[in-house]
Design a protein around this ligand. Structure first.
Ligand SMILES: CC(C)(COP(=O)(O)OP(=O)(O)OC[C@H]1O[C@@H](n2cnc3c(N)ncnc32)[C@H](O)[C@@H]1OP(=O)(O)O)[C@@H](O)C(=O)NCCC(=O)NCCS
Length: 172
């Protein structure tokens, strides 16, 4: 595993985002934790929209402000993505939580997922969020371990649409 840091997604990440997007598409990923790069027509517009959401300027009243990040190595390689919701709404309390993350398919099982969540928790703390809700599907063994590696405490499990969502609190 290389040393990584989190950067808010921006214009300078364009080439790398297109590279990893190909990998997600070839892997037939559903973009869980990587929703913000799933579909866009114009990269510059994507970034200006995401910049606005990070500042709390929303175009959808059902969405709370959120910041999107890339996890990059020193030489600029993106190994993963993350997002941090600045607050929770009724849906996020039940299913989405504060944080989402995804590791680029070819970089999984190297420790990046655990590291990315740790870095996202630092970002949450910097925004004054001390009790962080993180959720994952009960059958997502990798994600469960990532959360438990970061001292997640299981609050409960919610059954919906033939799925079970595990809700964890990480208290800092
Ligand atoms: C879930 C995910 C983020 C894990 O990332 P990762 O970089 O593989 O995680 P790590 O390397 O830190 O692994 C953490 C632990 O989970 C284990 N693990 C990871 N993927 C696993 C899998 N598919 N099956 C079983 N165990 C797995 C690792 O071996 C490691 O175990 P350890 O702590 O006992 O050593 C990654 O698989 C992913 O991006 N999945 C798609 C998106 C997603 O599901 N996001 C989460 C949304 S809730």
């Amino acid at each position: 595993m290389k040393r990584i840091s989190l950067e808010q997604i921006g214009l300078k990440h364009k080439e790398e985002i297109y590279r990893i997007k190909k990998e997600y598409d070839n892997n037939k990923e559903d973009y869980n934790g990587a929703f913000f790069i799933k579909e866009f027509e114009d990269y510059d517009k994507l970034i200006s929209g995401l910049d606005n959401y990070a500042k709390g300027i929303m175009d959808n009243p059902n969405y709370v402000p959120y910041t999107c990040y890339v996890a990059v190595t020193k030489d600029g390689q993106i190994v993963g993505l993350g997002s941090l919701r600045h607050e929770l709404n009724d849906y996020l309390v039940k299913f989405g939580g504060h944080i989402g993350y995804s590791v680029v398919p070819s970089e999984r099982k190297k420790g990046y997922g655990t590291r990315i969540l740790k870095l996202l928790l630092k970002e949450a703390k910097a925004k004054g969020i001390n009790d962080v809700l993180v959720t994952c599907s009960e059958d997502n063994i990798g994600s469960k371990k990532v959360i438990e590696n970061n001292k997640g405490e299981l609050e409960d499990k919610i059954e919906h649409d033939n799925k079970v969502t595990c809700r964890y609190w990480i208290r800092m």
